[in-house]
Design a binder for this molecule. Structure first.
Ligand code: DAO
Length: 193
């Protein structure tokens, strides 16, 4: 029994070490110019009190001075049952690490969510997939209590077969394997204003 408790304690400790937000690796030599353009969220790990449900896409723009902004849209449900397409805007503040930004976001309508979150680019090949991560609340042991993460694809149909293993490995590295749901694209935001 004691051996079981001790092994469990070591396993928990190892998990907590691996899952420290401070140990999360982001993409090396991040190139925002190649990251720019339209991405479709095809998977999402929701935060507490989720906001964007499906039909989520983001368009990153890099200005001549190098600053990055984004427009985004996605279906949300407000007041329990009012489905609408949220049009969002975001600005990205440098942190000194090229793939780590602070993202300030707000809706074009005042009743939409506003926030200021981390926006980390965990991995991308720029042409097909990108993995985003944000931890909103840290636990005392340095693991994340409340995170969200988008799996982005350049293709509205989803990830290519050859990218799926890479993305699965990264989900595992983020300690979020099994916590993502598929994000549907049904044209909701094309047909609603
Ligand atoms: O959907 O539950 C949620 C949290 C996401 C909020 C952030 C949306 C703002 C705009 C995204 C821009 C690019 C990722």
């Amino acid at each position: 029994m004691l051996r079981y408790v001790v092994s469990l304690w070591f396993l928990t400790l190892a998990w907590a070490q691996e899952c420290q937000v401070g140990n999360i690796q982001v993409v090396q030599n991040f190139d925002r110019h190649r990251y720019a353009g339209r991405w479709y969220a095809v998977g999402k790990k929701d935060p507490e009190g989720l906001f964007l449900l499906d039909n989520i896409e983001a368009n990153f723009i890099v200005a001549d001075d190098g600053s990055m902004t984004a427009t985004a849209r996605g279906k949300v449900i407000l007041l329990n049952n009012w489905e609408m397409c949220a049009q969002m805007l975001a600005t990205f503040e440098e942190t000194g690490e090229p793939a780590k930004f602070r993202m300030r976001y707000w809706g074009v309508a005042a009743y939409l969510q506003t926030g200021n979150d981390d926006h980390w680019v965990i991995d991308t090949d720029y042409d097909n997939y990108a993995i985003h991560y944000s931890c909103r609340v840290l636990n005392a042991d340095g693991t994340c209590q409340d995170s969200y993460s988008f799996i982005f694809s350049r293709h509205i149909t989803g990830l290519r077969l050859e990218d799926q293993a890479i993305v699965t490995q990264k989900k595992n590295d983020l300690c979020l394997l099994g916590k993502y749901r598929r994000v549907a694209h049904t044209g909701f935001c094309d047909s609603s204003s």
